[in-house]
Ligand binder design. Sequence first.
Ligand code: SAH
Length: 364
Amino acid sequence: MNIDKKDNNILIDKEETQEFDHRINIRELNIRELQDYVAEIGYPKYVGTQIFDWLHRKSVFNFENMTNLSQDMREHLIQNFVAPVISIKRKLYSNVDDTIKYLFELSDGECVEAVVMKYKYGYTLCISTQAGCKMGCKFCASSVCKFTRNLSISEMLDEIMLVEKDLNTKILNLVLMGIGEPLDNLDNVVKFLKMLPCKYGLNLGLRRVTVSTCGLVDKIYELMKYRLPVTLSISLHATTDEVRDKIMPVNKKWNIESLIKAADDYFNYTSRRVSFEYVLINELNDSPEQALELVRLLGDRVCHVNLIPLNDIKERNFKRSIPERVFAFQKILRKYEINTTVRRELGADIRAACGQLRRKEREN
Ligand code: SAH
């Protein structure tokens, strides 16, 4: 305590007045960490499994309701842990297909989006990894709204758990292609990914997960070291540095050559086929010559190219390629036996491209 002699007021040190919540987010501990933790405080390891099961399979976050735990253990959890959850703020159904878009509200009022797409073989969920994005790609709605923060492990888990619960279904495939750059939040993303296959949790195999990056080369090498069997998807979008520099600021730091080299190293190290995303923007990167350049660039690599006709964003001048140019581009890739698909446009009426709903919400 400080005593201010001048006016005899008693000033209390700031640290003494602020109540710090020392409690840890229990939903960020994996099953082994929970088992080790309970063992350390004198409980059998299976109690850690029970707690994990409540949190990750039964979606019970109130410690009082974990009825197979002793009262002592429940009390201990209340004193030492928190289990924050996010909530569904809005849900939009497409009238043109089965796409559903979710807007989630995080505990600090931030919003992020996820999109569920129904394919023949089941549901694919696209989730956000950050609130906003720092990468500044010129054609992307996520970069119109500024970056606020990384999503935590439990927030990313929640995106899946809430959708599965809401639709009463199992998500079969997961893509990290919503708002944000997953590799810019690498520590949380890796820990999140490692939790997915746990059979006491979401039980989602990593071979069914795709991580998309705009090309943070150093982080691709970092991710590689974990040897997770995820598919790496690289947002290439151009065949020359001149064009890529114009639309993706990240290219000034990591150019196309270094990115393709990282993709090769990733494939050689993990044996996982790399996939390339190529957004088709009218008269910018969609000419037949550019298709041939792409063929030359990719050579005989084991890869897949996903062509995405641009979703027009009102703040940006870029326009999507006309169907004839998309078709001609794809035809050239196919002629040279490059494995290619054109992404079907899903949920156009509900703004399914990443960041468009969050932007609208912030405008309001
Ligand atoms: N930051 C990561 C993942 C999020 S974006 C990345 O860049 O890969 C997911 C994909 O959507 C990327 O390929 C991105 O370039 C693409 N994308 C962004 N804005 C788009 C738009 N307006 N139309 C079509 N695709 C877009």
